[in-house]
Design a binder for this molecule. Structure first.
Ligand SMILES: *Cc1c(COP(=O)(O)O)cnc(C)c1O
Length: 438
């Protein structure tokens, strides 16, 4: 299967090229040339399949010519070694828990799959591949953990000293092995500048193979399609009329994957774009006008995005036709105060504890069901474990929440990061002198 750029459909590359380069040179985003239909024999029997079996069934349709089935199966079995359970909350409302991976957020699905796919694509190279990542928190930890122990690939994560949470820092800086954490005396923008400069530096390019692993890589989107089918497989045998799925969104990768799943035949009637006050996509759905703007900080900070990159993919998927987009998608944005009240409401009514991002998903779902379709059944995605946002959540519900073992463990490990100045020459020197980067 070929992948084209959203900026130029005639610019087509192989999956290998799309994954290893991340992004076309014209600044578009890669999209698969086709979205094949999931055959009825898989859809009808999906409740009988394990998650990896179902994922292989869907993945084959997209990747069959590029990755031999045996290897694809191995990649999926390793990457999806945790489930995405669908939890019944109240009448007609379910939540799909996507936080059972190593860093307790759905980004684990994308990072674990991408790392193994990249390792397959570079297996015949005699050099290590060095992935440079600048992070303001969550992406860095998912990528670092996703590539942990993947042979032939090093990850160098740059994070701003004192500007990410303790949990995020521990998830990045305690791994060691092929993961190097650099604590930069500067801001996230400084980290990003250092990475960009290194990726284009001639001397670095001559001695090392360097690449990026940014969030718009198509290899991160593909595995997100799988868990929408997993959600369906768990509700398929219940009686319901229409099905809607609410997706807490920031850069809109997760929602794009859902819309791709629908195009491949996932029986869902409508998707909901749930945002915090950074609501440029809900605004587009209301007004037909897309106006990117500077992001505003909120308590659901992984969704603080003012110009979501994957919106370009959604436009492409629907041929830039507003009516078709609005037919499949409704959206709404919520304040921090509403988010906190929702965490409390869910806890008081059901005993279930949501993180702030998921609570935004629940708000939008409940609004939609009340306003437009009281007969529908809804699923909101649970994008992170509440323990990742412990202080905020505990204050709202006035109850202590349990920290999963894998998070507690990493909180007590020694921090292994190298402090560096906000200085390109020092960063370059570091890259060129570390022997195992070669
Ligand atoms: C990244 C993230 C989001 C937003 O996902 P997008 O694919 O960027 O829309 C939502 N919730 C959490 C917890 C995240 O880490």
């Amino acid at each position: 299967m070929k992948y084209y750029s959203t900026k130029d459909k005639s610019h087509q590359v192989s999956l290998r090229q799309a994954v290893l380069s991340g992004m076309p040179a014209d600044n578009g985003l890669y999209m698969p040339e086709k979205l094949p239909q999931v055959p009825d024999k898989i859809l009808k029997n999906c409740s009988q399949l394990t998650f990896p079996e179902l994922a292989v069934g869907v993945a084959r349709l997209l990747l069959d010519d590029d990755v031999p089935l045996k290897i694809l199966t191995k990649i999926i079995n390793e990457a999806l070694n945790f489930d995405a359970p669908l939890i019944y909350l109240t009448e007609k409302i379910y939540t799909l828990e996507l936080f059972h991976g190593p860093t307790l957020a759905f980004k684990d699905f994308g990072a674990r799959f991408m790392s193994r796919l990249m390792a397959f694509f570079i297996k015949d190279s005699n050099r290590s591949l060095n992935i440079l990542v600048a992070t303001s928190g969550d992406t860095g930890s998912a990528v670092a953990n996703g590539f942990y122990w993947i042979s032939g690939i090093n990850v160098i994560v740059l994070y701003p000293a004192g500007k990410i949470s303790k949990i995020q820092e521990q998830q990045i800086a305690t791994l060691g092995e092929n993961i190097t954490a650099l604590e930069v005396q500067g801001t996230f923008d400084d980290c990003q500048r250092l990475v960009k400069q290194a990726l284009t530096d001639k001397v670095i390019g001559q001695s090392l193979a360097v690449s990026s692993a940014n969030s718009i890589n198509i290899a991160r989107l593909i595995p997100q399609i799988f868990y929408y089918f997993r959600a369906y497989s768990q509700i398929q045998n219940s009686s319901y009329m229409e099905l809607v799925i609410s997706v807490p969104s920031g850069n809109f990768g997760n929602l794009t994957a859902g819309l791709m799943a629908k195009r491949m035949g996932l029986p869902v009637d409508r998707f909901i774009a749930a945002t915090n006050v950074n609501d440029v996509v809900p605004e587009y759905l209301r007004t037909r006008v897309f106006t990117p703007r500077a992001s505003v900080p909120t308590i659901s900070n992984a969704m603080d995005v003012g110009n979501p990159s994957n919106f370009a993919r959604i436009l492409d998927l629907y041929n830039y036709n507003y009516e078709s987009i609005a037919k499949d998608l409704w959206g709404s944005g919520y304040t921090d105060e509403q988010t906190q009240q929702e965490i409390k409401r869910i806890f008081d009514q059901t005993g279930y504890v949501c993180d702030p991002h998921s609570a935004v998903g629940s708000l939008a779902l409940n609004d939609y069901l009340k306003t437009f379709n009281p007969n529908a059944t809804g699923i909101f995605l649970e994008t992170a474990h509440p323990a990742k946002f412990k202080p905020i959540v505990e204050e709202v519900i006035a109850t202590e929440i349990e920290v999963p073992e894998r998070l507690a463990r990493c909180l007590s490990l020694p921090k292994l990061s190298h402090p560096i100045a906000n200085d390109f020459d020092q960063f370059k020197e570091f890259l060129l002198t570390e022997r195992h980067f070669r």
